[in-house]
Design a protein around this ligand. Structure first.
Ligand SMILES: [Zn+2]
Ligand SMILES: [Zn+2]
Length: 302
């Protein structure tokens, strides 16, 4: 299990494990990647889920089971790609338009559609709170991988099935806790091959405090979605085969292209702010770099 987070420390931990078999296709490959990659309590937290996946095959039920390997998602068997979004009250995603920039959720939609450009997907991403679910039974100030998976087990209503692949996002009013303790610099995490992702709202919201009124935090949130979804969708060498060497050896799972949203250095809050000011608040709408897009294109039309 690799918990690839949008923060240097968390990603670094995960990255250590993600090496090697990441490009192997099929559920077995994903499992071995995960199994070999974990250390500390993350291993304990996630091994069970992954073992279940292996035992029941791709038709199992529940979060983490039935989630197709990233490379397969690019194939024609999957026609629909859908985000399910839940949130804890007070931690809800930013929605609506920013004057001069348009709808913030266009960022996620545009980038997901671009990643799957070659595979003809119908991408469905809710962008208003009435299309998302409010969770009233989630408490706590910090969350482990285990706890996030437990939330998904209880609240994920749309597991991947048939021609539809889904990703479950939950916005939490708290921080990520890993083997090293609570990490207040982690913006979001993608939990290995489960299709479960978590967003840590206090961290995201805090990125706007330096420049209030510029809506930096709204774009940091969107960039975090795009980055973490990238991991879930197999980037970099995290299930998708590389068409050119661009997996950052020092930050496994991340892109060597500094202008790509999968670059490691934008993972900390300060780096994310700089990145957003350089890209989203200027002109770039496609945040994935050419190298990552090439991997996706190849998987879409092998
Ligand atoms: Zn990352
Ligand atoms: Zn890239």
């Amino acid at each position: 299990m690799t918990a690839l987070a949008l923060a240097a420390s968390a990603c670094g931990t995960a990255a250590t494990g993600g090496a090697g078999g990441g490009s192997t296709t099929g559920a077995g490959g994903a499992e071995s990647t995960s199994a070999s990659g974990v250390g500390g309590d993350k291993a304990t937290a996630t091994t069970g889920t992954l073992a279940t996946t292996g035992a029941t095959g791709s038709t199992g039920s529940g979060p983490g089971t039935g989630q197709p390997p990233a490379q397969q998602v690019y194939g024609s068997a999957f026609h629909n790609l859908t985000f399910e979004i839940d949130y804890v009250p007070g931690a809800e995603p930013y929605t609506g338009a920013v004057v001069g920039f348009g709808e913030v959720w266009d960022v996620a939609k545009t980038n997901v559609e671009r990643l799957f450009l070659g595979s003809n997907k119908v991408v469905t991403i809710p962008r208003t709170l009435d299309k998302m679910e409010k969770l009233t039974d989630v408490t706590g100030a910090d969350f482990t991988v285990d706890q996030i998976l437990a939330i998904a087990a209880k609240h994920r209503d749309q597991p991947s099935s048939g021609a539809t692949v889904t990703y479950y996002f939950v916005w939490l009013d708290g921080y990520y806790r890993d083997a090293g303790g609570v990490n207040k610099d982690v913006l979001g995490v993608s939990l290995g091959t489960t299709g479960v992702l978590a967003m840590f709202k206090p961290v995201i919201a805090g990125t706007g405090s330096g420049t209030p009124g510029l809506n930096v935090e709204r774009y940091v949130e969107q960039a975090t979605i795009v980055h973490e979804f990238g991991h879930a969708a197999g980037l970099v060498d995290n299930g998708l085969a590389e068409q050119s060497p661009h997996n950052d050896a020092a930050h496994d799972g991340h892109c060597t292209n500094q202008d790509c949203v999968m670059y490691w250095a934008i993972e900390g809050t300060s780096g994310a702010i700089t990145y957003v000011q350089k890209s989203l608040l200027s002109s770039s709408t496609i945040l994935y770099g050419k190298e990552c897009l090439d991997d996706a294109a190849k998987a879409s039309a092998p």
